[in-house]
Design a protein around this ligand. Structure first.
Ligand code: OFO
Length: 165
C-alpha cells in the first residue's frame, strides 16, 4: 500500500529523473561535438544512471500497488555557451533534484509513510555524491581557466571524478 499523495510525488520524481537522463544525453552530444570525448563519456554514463534512478522509483511504486506513469518526453536544452555552461546547468539540475527529493522525504514524514521515506534515503545519499561530482568538475574548470590545466587534461580529469567514499 502507498498513500495517494506519496504516489503522486513519486510520479513527479520519475518524470524529473527521466528529464535528467535526457538532459545529460544532450550534454554528452555537446561534449562530443566540441572534442571533449572523455567528458562526453561521463555524460553518457550519467544519462544511463538517471534512467536507472527513474526505474528504481518506477518499480518501487508498482511493487507498492501504485500506478507508475511513463513520463512524456520534455523539452531538452541542446545548446551551451561553453563547457562551464554545461556543468553549471548540470549543477542547477542536480540542486533541483535534491530539493525535490527533500520535499518527498518531508511529505512522507508528515503522512507517516515510513516505507517510502526509507526508500527515498537512497536518493538523499545519491544526491550528495552527484552534487559533489559536478562541483568538483566546476573547480577543475576554474583551474583550467586559470591556466593550470590544458583542455586535453581537463577533458580526461573531468571523466575521472569520483566521490571520495
Ligand atoms: Fe537522479 O540523480 Fe541526478 O538527477
Amino acid at each position: 500500500f502507498i498513500p495517494e499523495a506519496s504516489a503522486a510525488l513519486l510520479n513527479q520524481q520519475i518524470a524529473l529523473e527521466a528529464a535528467s537522463s535526457s538532459a545529460y544525453l544532450a550534454m554528452a552530444a555537446w561534449c562530443d561535438q566540441h572534442g571533449f570525448d572523455h567528458t562526453a563519456g561521463h555524460f553518457y554514463k550519467q544519462s544511463e544512471e538517471e534512467r536507472k534512478h527513474m526505474l528504481k522509483l518506477f518499480h518501487y511504486l508498482s511493487d507498492m500497488g501504485g500506478l507508475a506513469v511513463s513520463p512524456p518526453l520534455s523539452e531538452v536544452q541542446h545548446e551551451f555557451a561553453s563547457l562551464r555552461d554545461v556543468f553549471e546547468s548540470a549543477l542547477d539540475h542536480e540542486v533541483q533534484v535534491t530539493e525535490s527529493i527533500n520535499k518527498i522525504v518531508a511529505a512522507c514524514r508528515k503522512s507517516n509513510d515510513f516505507a517510502t521515506e526509507n526508500f527515498m534515503q537512497w536518493y538523499v545519499k545519491e544526491q550528495v555524491e552527484e552534487e559533489y561530482i559536478v562541483r568538483r568538475a566546476l573547480e577543475l574548470i576554474d583551474l583550467a581557466e586559470a591556466g593550470s590545466l590544458d583542455l586535453i587534461e581537463l577533458d580526461e580529469r573531468l571523466a575521472q571524478i569520483s566521490y571520495p567514499a
